[in-house]
Design a protein around this ligand. Structure first.
Ligand SMILES: NC(=O)C1=CN([C@@H]2O[C@H](COP(=O)(O)OP(=O)(O)OC[C@H]3O[C@@H](n4cnc5c(N)ncnc54)[C@H](OP(=O)(O)O)[C@@H]3O)[C@@H](O)[C@H]2O)C=CC1
Ligand SMILES: CC(=O)[C@@H](O)[C@H](O)COP(=O)(O)O
Ligand SMILES: [Mn+2]
Length: 392
């Protein structure tokens, strides 16, 4: 990549919450960043709207049935953007030679294939899709190391840790990393109070504006569980050296503790544009549109332990990580099935963790020896989840 030329970016998950924040930052720096590819799942109209604004060379819709509508829509708008569809097209753009940076912002295990394609091709990979690390963390990290791909975490906690770790990359004197959790919209509630909560209540995150799936994960604390596994892989940190503390204000985005007793933290407003600006420009810094903290307003920062009785999902994730093998892949798949059912009013809020626990208790973990083994475990877990929902 020519250092003076703009970074050519493929944004996968462009129509989502992370996609919107990324495009906001990118639009502020046309001399540094240029959009090569915009990709979405199935919402063709939303993708065309973005194409009108950003004029990418390629627009990819993952759902193949959206191809004709995308192609015709782009041409009706007089755009020269080339339409493509399906998983192969996503992978092709994630690994294309004329793409420098891939922003992996597809939600769920659906993002794994294109994330792996970008890692295999040695891209600079801004990784928001935490599920791909939970499903296939070792494989993804090995793939990136082998190809020379640079993974820059853009999950806010991991981005904070990335900023606080030693620049020379030697983590020997790091004693632990501490992930902060907001506690979600139901922090302070007892289990009995959560029996009847609705999807609308669960997605109403107190601090962050995010997609529906991650918002529900925040409400169950599964998001923090997924993030613990994500941190384990990204930073090569043993599970015993990863802690979680509830910090309701979401101002301290996470912390790194050193052997000498120092703790470094990254602070900022809860706005993903900061995180994405760090990822896009690193090791430089660019304006993100987010102001610094107002210390009159944020004069108080609280910390408390997570309530594992009310929110068992966090412990389930620690347990799956300890079991190892395909257990984290199954945890992720079971959770995806349960959250989707909850959002469609086919499962209660407490039922989400109950389904995940039942699946992990029933299904055997196997060695995570290959991508096929992981994908087979993912499928088994989804089948278990569907049957559980049918019978409970
Ligand atoms: N939102 C946030 O602040 C944060 C998000 N993350 C992670 O980033 C990822 C994205 O989250 P978020 O932006 O909130 O999610 P959203 O639901 O807002 O957006 C999801 C994006 O993925 C696309 N998509 C959905 N299904 C598929 C599929 N099968 N194939 C291809 N694309 C698909 C959607 O397209 P379409 O619009 O067409 O459905 C959309 O562009 C998640 O892994 C999340 O955990 C991490 C930290 C913070
Ligand atoms: C913005 C981001 O990274 C989310 O993962 C956010 O941290 C969710 O907040 P909690 O899971 O801490 O509620
Ligand atoms: Mn996060």
């Amino acid at each position: 990549m020519n250092a003076d030329a703009p970074q050519r970016i493929a944004l996968l998950g462009a129509t989502g919450s992370i996609g919107t924040s990324a495009l906001d930052v990118i639009a502020r720096h046309p001399e540094r960043f240029v959009i090569d590819t915009l990709a979405a799942g199935s919402r063709v109209d939303a993708l065309i709207e973005l194409c009108k604004k950003f004029h990418p060379r390629f627009a990819v819709i993952a759902d193949p049935s959206g191809y004709e509508a995308l192609k015709n829509g782009l041409s009706d708008c007089g755009l020269r953007t080339q339409a493509a569809a399906g998983a192969a097209a996503l992978n092709e753009r994630a690994s294309a030679e004329d793409v420098d940076t891939v922003i992996a912002a597809i939600v769920g295990a659906a993002g794994l294939d294109s994330t792996l394609a970008a890692a295999r091709a040695g891209k600079r990979l801004l990784l928001a899709n935490k599920e791909s690390l939970v499903l296939a963390g070792e494989l993804l990290m090995q793939t990136a190391h082998a190809s020379g791909a640079t993974i820059v975490p853009v999950d806010s906690e991991h981005n904070a840790i990335f900023q606080c770790l030693p620049a020379h990359g030697d983590n020997r004197n790091v004693s632990r990393i501490i992930l902060t959790a907001s506690g979600g919209p139901f922090r302070g509630k007892r289990r009995a109070e959560l029996a009847e909560v609705t999807p609308a209540q669960a997605v109403a995150h107190p601090n962050w504006s995010m997609g529906a799936k991650i918002s529900v994960d925040s409400a169950t604390l599964m998001n923090k569980g997924l993030e613990v596994i994500e941190a384990h892989h990204l930073f090569g940190m043993a599970p015993s050296r990863i802690s979680v503390v509830v910090h309701p204000q979401s101002i301290v985005h996470s912390m790194v503790e050193y052997d000498d007793g120092s703790t470094l933290a990254q602070l900022g407003r809860p706005d993903m544009r900061t995180t994405l600006a760090v990822g896009l420009a690193w090791p430089d810094r660019v304006a993100s549109g987010v102001a610094g903290l107002d210390w009159q307003q944020h004069s108080r920062l609280d910390f408390e332990p997570p309530d594992l009785d009310t929110f068992p999902a966090l412990q389930l994730a620690f347990d799956a990580m300890a079991t190892g093998g395909t257990a984290p892949a199954m945890l992720n798949a079971l959770n995806e099935v349960a959250v989707s059912a909850f959002l469609q009013a086919q499962c209660s809020f407490l039922g989400i963790s109950a389904l995940v626990a039942a699946g992990l208790n029933t299904l055997e973990s196997e060695p995570a020896s290959s991508l096929d083994a992981l994908l087979a475990a993912d499928l088994r877990a989804r089948a278990f989840g569907a049957e559980y929902l049918r019978t409970h």
